[in-house]
Ligand binder design. Structure first.
Ligand code: XIL
Length: 750
């Protein structure tokens, strides 16, 4: 076997094990399953009486939806029989049901001019007394469900329909004045800092006096630093309704304020009698709404005001109208139900086959890394470093990989193995446990190091992340066997003796060139499966009351990158290593990881990224091979939850991957692709390197010097380097040779 063949590392088995099962079987799956595949929340308002008395009602709810809201049970007249008493019977039942059914629940509502009890409105209370009652209500109620209610409609319907100003006739306005809004949001934040706080209203979805009024109100709350996270669009519509461009404009201006939206009470009432045509039209309205929500990145959920026409508020409130929901009176799904399902599943249908035809890649325009968010050009290196770089980094944090926390300072290390005479005396072996938190019994990673003997100065290092344990790097029986996760059973197990040396990293070659070699198993940092984060370092960092990662919290790639950063913290203290000359190397998902680690942490001197593909160096806007949709379906947890919003809309992603490479500038970066690894789109990786060029040039470094894709095995090696190797999705001996030449060129020079 040739040396080259022997060194080819294939991760195919791992991929096969982790790929989701086939496409079949979505036909009969409930709405919530289709929604969950999109990372979306679809829900309904619950009426307590059928919830308690009609098994099919409760059963349908639990099966079809992953978020609920109470139609009336959370309102004052239900929760507050008197000033001194609370009635939490129904609210407890609903919160418990949501939790047991693995659903989210919205709390509706804390301040509204309707459905408030007589003891309050007729009580002749002073302003201060009403504020005290409101505070007690919110602290007790919201506090009771701290961490369990996902979002609260803190204030409902405060804006006047005709003026767009505040509704002045309401009890709350009359008693407290306009300050009641601020107070309610502040009390709610105090009671549960982890809950999302919403302003909710009707007829404010498009662009009109009312929605402008809502926009002005929430802008002003925001600008005063009052805690508000989102705006609810009730969406009570009359059949014939279609979403309009104005809805998008409205959503975007709210997004620009940093607010999310949810559709909170949708129904589409039909002017009775109902006909098949009217039902088809109604389906179209629901189709529009879900499509809107799935493509508007700040839209988080769609809830309907009920789900069966049997229990809808419409006939009682709008005479002559009815049949506004997605199930009929006998719990049969209507065309609207199938419309919702179809749109939710569209992403999956589009998933196959992947495009491998250059002529079908489609036109796209990349965001310009040298134009600031305000449209002004970046002219100098200082403009880049001080202004543009932070903007791009922020977008990658908010929309792609999520935000990584600052590491704690008091982390400790244990060198548990030191052998100064290994590899025939050519090397020193060290193994170090690096704690990832201040707790000794908390999460930790093991760093395996080989150092060339005989160097009097600290040496540069090539630090890799590995898939299956440090023991796979080389067949040295003294290497500690890693603890790895079974991808099927999700159980921890010790890596096998047989796995020693399987990866065959070219350690001796690396050492002979004067570099130290270091490696860490990514599974030490966080296991690589959906939901695996619960075993890693994320949950201890949750905010009070937080139960799952926020949409912009770090995903697994961020967590694995963090492990590299902590290794560098250690290396800064290890006198044998020149920590200013550490290159990081990773393949495939770990190729993505090293790019992101290099982008975030400017202490890394060089990045070597092998076959990183979609979500790594490949341009997301190029429709070739794997797409964001594929990632969102199979590996959503690698990224922050917001990334899935772009699954079918790469063009709306505010960044593209050339900007990830640009974040590494002016430090050297090497990107590789494989001839047959079309899934990773080697050309898309090349084009990202090309498009990062202007940033490198601005910073006085070299771009690739060409926009022509090189032939196979023909490296282009400037400050940015690229090649496409013979072979597929692998790190080859040829790759390593080029990496070392590249390292000699850039890391040796200092
Ligand atoms: C409605 C309920 O559906 C009815 O059962 C109740 O009698 C009145 O309130 N906007 C809102 C909801 O925010 O709370 C309203 O719910 C419908 C309009």
């Amino acid at each position: 076997m040739s040396n080259c063949r022997r060194l080819v590392i294939s991760f195919l088995p791992l991929f096969v094990a982790l790929l989701p099962c086939g496409m079949s079987g979505t036909q009969n799956q409930p709405l919530r399953a289709s929604a969950e595949q999109r990372g979306f929340f679809i829900g309904a308002a619950v009426a307590v009486s059928p919830f308690r008395n009609e098994p099919i009602y409760r059963e349908t709810l639990g099966r079809e939806f992953n978020i609920i809201v109470a139609e009336n049970a959370f309102k004052w007249d239900s929760v507050r029989p008197s000033r001194t008493t609370f009635n939490f019977r129904d609210t407890d039942a609903l919160v418990d049901f949501a939790q047991a059914s693995n659903m989210k629940i919205r709390g509706h509502t804390l301040v509204w001019h309707n459905q408030i009890p007589g003891w309050l409105t007729n009580g002749n209370f002073s302003r201060d007394e009403v504020i005290a009652i409101l505070r007690e209500h919110i602290l007790t109620f919201v506090g009771r469900y701290k961490g369990r209610v996902w979002a609260w409609d803190v204030v409902n319907e405060a804006v006047d329909d005709s003026t767009g100003g505040l509704r002045t006739g309401s009890f709350w306005y009359q008693k407290i004045g306009p300050d009641y809004l601020r107070l309610a949001f502040e009390f709610a934040r105090e009671a549960d800092p982890g809950a999302k706080l919403y302003y909710n209203d009707y007829s404010s979805e498009g662009l009109n006096t009312k929605s402008n009024g809502v926009f002005n109100l929430v802008s002003s709350l925001k600008s005063q630093g009052i805690p508000i996270d989102g705006v609810g669009w009730q969406m009570h519509q009359v059949n014939g309704f279609r979403m309009q461009p104005a809805n998008r404009t409205n959503a975007k201006r709210l997004a620009e304020l940093g607010l999310e939206i949810s559709i909170t009470e949708m129904d589409v009432r039909i002017n009775l009698p109902t006909t098949p045509e009217k039902l088809a039209e109604q389906a179209q309205a629901y189709r529009d709404a879900i499509n809107f929500c799935l493509t508007e990145p700040n839209c988080k959920a769609l809830l309907m005001w009920g789900f069966t026409d049997k229990y809808s508020w419409i006939p009682a409130f709008f005479s002559g109208f009815g049949d506004a929901l997605i199930y009929d009176m006998s719990y049969q799904p209507k065309p609207a139900y199938f419309a919702l399902k179809e749109v939710l599943e569209q992403g999956r249908q589009q998933r196959s086959p992947a495009n491998y035809d250059e002529s079908k890649v489609g036109a796209y325009t990349l965001p310009d890394p040298l134009i600031l968010n305000d449209g002004k050009p970046v002219r100098t290196a200082t403009d880049w470093t001080k202004r543009r770089r932070p903007e791009i980094l922020e977008l990658f944090e908010a929309k792609v990989y999520g935000r990584s926390p600052q590491p704690p300072k008091d982390i400790s290390y244990e060198v548990f193995d030191l052998d100064e005479h290994v590899l025939d005396g050519k090397a020193i072996r060290k193994q170090v446990t690096i704690h990832l938190s201040p707790k000794k019994d908390g999460p930790k990673e093991d760093l395996l190091m080989y150092l060339p003997t005989g160097s009097r100065k600290p040496v540069p290092m090539i630090l890799s992340l590995n898939f299956s344990g440090n023991q796979a790097a080389t067949a040295d029986p003294r290497i500690k066997l890693a603890t790895v996760w079974n991808p099927r059973t999700h159980e921890k197990q010790q890596a096998s003796e047989q796995s020693r040396g399987r990866a065959q990293d070219p350690i001796e070659k690396i050492l002979a060139r004067g570099y130290a070699f270091g490696t860490i198993c990514y599974q030490d940092i966080e296991p690589d499966f959906k939901g695996g984060y619960v075993h890693g370092i994320r949950p201890p960092l949750f905010k009070p009351g937080q139960t799952e990662p926020a949409p912009d919290d770090w995903g697994a790639i961020g967590v694995w990158s963090y492990g590299l950063g902590r290794a560098l913290d250690y290396l800064e203290k290890d006198k044998d290593i020149d920590s200013k000359r550490v290159a990081i190397m990773g393949h495939s998902r770990l190729g993505k990881t090293v790019l992101w680690a290099g982008a975030m942490d400017r202490r890394f001197a060089m990045v070597l990224s092998s076959c990183s593909g979609e979500g790594g160096a490949s341009l997301a806007r190029r429709n070739y091979g794997e797409t964001i949709r594929n990632l969102a379906d199979a590996f959503p947890y690698w990224f922050c939850a917001n990334f899935a919003k772009y699954a079918d809309h790469a063009d709306q992603l505010p960044v593209d991957m050339h900007e990830l490479i640009a974040l590494i500038a002016p430090r050297p970066v090497y990107v590789t692709g494989g001839e047959t690894d079309r899934w990773a789109d080697p050309k898309g990786e090349f084009l990202a390197c090309v498009a990062a060029g202007p940033v490198y040039r601005l910073l006085g470094a070299q771009d690739l010097g060409t926009d022509q894709m090189p032939a196979l095995d023909q490296p282009i090696m400037q400050t940015i380097a690229y090649h496409i190797h013979t072979g597929g999705h692998a790190v080859t001996a040829f790759d390593w040779d080029q990496f070392l030449t590249f390292a000699d060129k850039h890391l040796r020079a200092h």
